[in-house]
Design a protein around this ligand. Structure first.
Ligand code: CP
Length: 317
């Protein structure tokens, strides 16, 4: 297995099965600190820099919370418009990274431009963690999601994973890459204008990912072990920020998972994950069903980011 020390976390496309297992083991080891709300001094001499060029609630704050739990320091920006990268100068990724690498020991970056973290990694001498790049990928979220599935169901093999929503989403790309390492099938349902791109399908087919497309959640819900959701009422992830219009639209029934549908069709053991934020595709009354795991998923996001920070900064092997 490749070492994680000093490594950029940019994509799950080349993550190997043993590496997933190792990250999950480290997250298990560090999770009690988060559960007990107890900070350690594991990264007391390290600093995390968060460079967020797009809005975030969970990813930035979970990563910062993880660093605090490990006793490290945190600085950064959550609005690039208040930096020279976002104002009149539109400072380049190269010039920005050439500064930021002196201010922190690891950089957690979200950007509206697909590939921006990879470009940052080419210039920065410290590890870059991709916290979402345009429609590209969202590796820390999907590591969290897989960790949650493993914790809840005890395996990542032999599962039917129903992926519902906008298949342009970065989470959908990362999870489909990840499934190249596990003996599980993805069943994909999305509006036609939000379906998987042909070149992406060709790539995952070449990686032997098992997937099939259906038109309606009701065609596949009964067999699903995991219901993995994203909105179809969606922002444009290629923009740094987008105001919602008064008429955002509503989610057609074929992309919604309701309490009634779960009661009528879902396996008793099926779990629902949603990286959030949600729109109307997952009504709040589903929260009180036995299927909901998205709050566990959100908590696991702290443990997972603790594991990644500790690994790339060499505090754990
Ligand atoms: N899941 C996720 O990426 O949420 P945020 O946009 O709030 O970080």
């Amino acid at each position: 297995m490749r070492s994680f020390v000093g490594r950029d976390i940019l994509s799950l496309a080349d993550f190997e099965r043993g590496e997933y297992c190792h990250v999950f083991d480290v997250a298990d080891r560090l999770k009690p600190h988060a559960l007990e709300r107890r900070n350690t001094d594991l990264l007391a001499h390290k600093t995390l820099l968060t460079a967020f060029y797009q809005p975030s609630t969970r990813t930035r704050l979970a990563t910062e919370a993880a660093m605090h739990r490990l006793g490290g320091h945190v600085l950064g920006f959550s609005d690039a418009k208040m930096t020279r990268a976002g104002d009149f100068y539109q400072e380049s990724i190269k010039d920005t990274m050439k500064m930021l690498e002196y201010y922190g020991d690891v950089i957690a970056m979200r950007h509206f431009q697909q590939g921006a973290p990879r470009e940052a990694a080419a210039w920065a001498s410290v590890p870059i963690i991709n916290c979402g790049d345009g429609w590209g990928e969202h590796p820390t979220q999907v590591l969290t999601d897989l960790y949650t599935i493993h914790a809840e169901l005890g395996t990542l093999d032999g599962l039917s994973i129903l992926c519902v929503g906008d298949m342009r989403m970065r989470t959908m790309h990362s999870i489909l890459y990840a499934l190249s390492q596990f003996d599980s099938e993805a069943v994909v349902v999305s509006p036609p204008e939000m379906s998987l791109l042909d070149e992406f399908k060709a790539e995952i087919e070449q990686r032997n990912v098992r997937y099939r497309e259906v038109e309606d959640v009701r065609d596949a819900l009964a067999d699903a072990d995991v219901i993995y959701m994203e909105p179809v009422v969606q922002a444009d992830y290629t923009k740094s920020r987008e105001e919602a219009s008064a008429d955002k639209g509503v989610t057609p029934d074929r992309y919604k998972v309701t309490r009634q549908l779960l009661a009528e069709q879902a396996k008793s053991s099926a779990i629902i994950l949603h990286s959030l934020p949600r729109m109307d595709e997952l009504p709040p009354d589903v929260d009180a069903t036995r299927h909901a795991r998205y709050w566990n998923e959100a908590f696991n996001g702290v443990a997972m980011r603790m594991a990644l920070l500790a690994l790339v900064l060499g505090a754990v092997e």
